[in-house]
Design a protein around this ligand. Sequence first.
Ligand SMILES: [Zn+2]
Length: 231
Amino acid sequence: MELTIGRESGVDNPRLAVEQNGKTFYWGKPGSVPRSVSRKHCLVKIDDDSKVLIEDITPNNFMYINGMDCKKKGGITLSDTIELGPDRYRLDLEGIVKALSSQQTYSIATLKGVYDSYQKEKYDIQVYQGKLNALSTLPGILSMTSIGIAVFIENARLVMIIVAAVFALVFALIRYRNASKIPSRTKKLDEEFRDKYICPNPACGHFLGVTPYKELLKNRTCPYCKSKFTE
Ligand SMILES: [Zn+2]
C-alpha cells in the first residue's frame, strides 16, 4: 500500500488528504489539519507485514517519528507516533490503514436520526403543499361570492368588487411567494441529506442513497467499500 499524505487544498478548514492509486480521500474533521502540514507532506509505503516506510517529500517539511526529527524512516509500525509539521499534527496511520482496508466495523446509529428527520421534513413539505393547494380554491370562491353579493345589492357593488379583487390579489401573492420557497426548501433538504447520509468509513464517505435506515441495518455492509455496519 502506497499513500501520499498532506493537507487538503483549496478550502478554509482543511482535513487530511490521503492519496492512493490516484484517488484522494479526506480524513478527520474540517480544520483538523494545521497549515504547517504541506499539501504533499509525506509518502508512506506499507508492506504486507505492516512494516512502514515513511519519507518526507519536500525539503522544508518537518516530520517527527516517536518524537525524533527525521526525513525518512523505515521499519516502523502503524502504531508508532508520527507527527507532521512544526505544529506536530499527529498522523493516525493505523486508523487510515484500517479504513482503507475496509476490515473495520462502523456504527451507523447516527444515521437513524438523519434518515428520520429527512423523511419527516419531506412529509411536512408535502402536507404544506397540499394545504396550499386546498387554499388556492378559496380566492375564487370568495371572489365569486363577493361578485354575487355585488349583483344583488346595488349599494354594496363597489365595495364588493374591491373586496373580490383584494382576495384574488392576496392569494395570488401567497402562491407567488411559495412558488420559489417550496422548491428551494426541498433542494436544501436534499442537499443536507446527501451530505449527512453517508458511509461512516472516512475512506469511503459515499452517499448511501435513499436506502431506509432499516435496510442499511439489515444489509450490514456498505455497498461501496464493503465496511461492516452495526447499530
Ligand atoms: Zn463505504
